[in-house]
Design a protein around this ligand. Structure first.
Ligand code: ZN
Length: 161
């Protein structure tokens, strides 16, 4: 199991525009495995490469614990609707806030073998995909939060993204 250090708000890597991944090398595949390990260990539902200090357009999402998805070079094809809800981020520990996002997303990306796929998501899955995709352009949910960030107790960590 390969755990990587989760970078926290204030670190420059979280504000960079990440680079396309031209080739899915064994090194990239190792990174993806480590990202899943790191996300599950932290009880997150998503993790983007810059959150572990890597400036590449890669994120992983698993909103149920049994539905892992890898997104390499993702492109958001379509969004619709609206949802307003609580959001957190592993890079902003101990905080959460209210963010409005589309309720539906259609995304195209490559998987860990380089195969292109399309995926549609609603509600939490859409929120997680859009949150992680923002990380690839240096955007954090705190940029979009409505009102103040709230502190929460460690009991509520399950929904962090
Ligand atoms: Zn995040």
């Amino acid at each position: 199991m390969g755990l990587r250090k989760i970078r926290e708000i204030g670190e420059e890597v979280l504000r960079c525009t990440c680079k396309e991944v031209p080739e899915i090398t064994p090194r990239v595949q190792d990174l993806i495995k480590d990202m899943f390990d790191t996300m599950y260990e932290a009880n997150g539902v998503g993790l983007a490469a810059p959150q572990v200090g890597v400036r590449k357009r890669i994120f992983v999402v698993d909103t149920t614990g049994e539905d892992p998805h890898v997104f390499i070079n993702p492109q958001i094809l379509e969004t619709s609707g609206e949802q307003t809800g609580q959001e957190g981020c592993l890079s902003v520990p101990g905080k959460s806030g209210i963010v409005t996002r589309p309720n539906y997303v259609k995304v195209k990306a490559q998987d860990e073998n380089g195969e292109w796929f399309e995926l549609e998501g609603e509600e939490l899955l859409a929120r997680a995909i859009l949150h992680e995709n923002d990380h690839l352009d240096g955007i954090l949910y705190v940029d979009k939060v409505e009102g103040d960030l709230e502190s929460y107790s460690y009991d509520d960590e399950d929904d962090e993204e």
